[in-house]
Design a protein around this ligand. Structure first.
Ligand code: BG6
Length: 255
């Protein structure tokens, strides 16, 4: 019955929260790999939770990806009564334009009648170029906003899928494969133990900055992301709220 389904999900949430040792887990019914609307449900679940955790003024840093694009789709004008500023978490690790953090920020701002900032920084450039970029007045401003974000919404990807989707060089691909990467988040690639085996060189939020952020949403579903979610959650800051689906939750708990 419907009631049983609902309590089934909350049991899963409890079990998963305990397994992941994280602040909170939110589980939506279904399997993201099988039905694309489940991504939208992940988005709605994330926003429902976020609604109760907004301050009067919020800076929300977001990553790219199809899942976070679905979070943007699920946003409504209900959020317009709070001050929101959307910023991309990191520069230069966008995939296709539609699912790039910059584009997602723009959509989120539009949907909530609020503001956004963009960060166009190419990856795979030399250290000198980064130093130059960081001191550009506009970039400097975006970077300080990113660092003072109170909310982060990010995706978790399967390592090889992400490496292929990005135009990863042969040399970096080798590091990812030989390092046995299974997960990717924020441009960092992790092995099964959650150790970083490769990192996309770019500016913006760094992994160590996450500890200072009040509320972090990791939004990822689908059985194909089981290893990725498990690995990333091993090192995720304890203030991470995992928003995921039933199918992958069950698979993870099965071990
Ligand atoms: C990206 C994030 O753009 O989305 C990554 O920067 C994440 O960290 C990825 O791995 C996930 O993509 P998707 O399309 O599976 O949601």
């Amino acid at each position: 019955s419907m009631m049983r389904d609902i309590s089934g999900v909350s049991d899963l949430e409890r079990a998963l929260g305990k397994f992941m040792q994280t602040k909170d887990c939110i589980v939506v019914p279904g399997n993201t790999d099988e039905s694309s609307w489940v991504k939208y449900e992940l988005g709605r679940a994330c926003l429902n939770h976020m609604k109760d955790h907004l301050k009067d003024q919020n800076t929300i840093a977001v990553t790219g990806g199809t899942t976070i694009a679905a979070v943007a789709e699920a946003l409504t004008t209900d959020f317009s009564n709070k001050e929101l500023l959307f910023v991309p978490a990191r520069g230069g690790i966008g995939t296709d334009v539609k699912n790039q953090a910059n584009t997602i920020c723009e959509v989120m701002a539009e949907k909530t009648n609020s503001n956004h900032m963009v960060l166009y920084v190419p990856d795979q450039v030399s250290e000198n170029i980064y130093e130059f970029f960081k001191n550009e007045p506009y970039v400097f401003e975006v970077l300080s906003e990113i660092r003072s974000a109170n909310i982060v919404i990010h995706g978790i990807g399967e390592a090889l899928t992400m490496a292929k989707r990005r135009k990863t060089s042969e040399e970096d691909m080798k590091k990812i494969v030989e390092g046995k990467a299974v997960a990717e988040a924020f441009g960092y690639y992790f092995n099964e133990n959650g150790e970083v085996v490769h990192k996309v060189q770019t500016i913006g939020l760094q992994l160590e900055d996450l500890d200072k952020i009040d509320t972090i949403y990791a939004v990822a579903g689908g059985e194909s992301k089981a290893k990725a979610i498990k690995a990333y959650m091993k090192i995720a800051p304890k203030n991470t709220i995992l928003v995921t689906d039933e199918a992958v939750s069950k698979l993870i708990l099965k071990g």
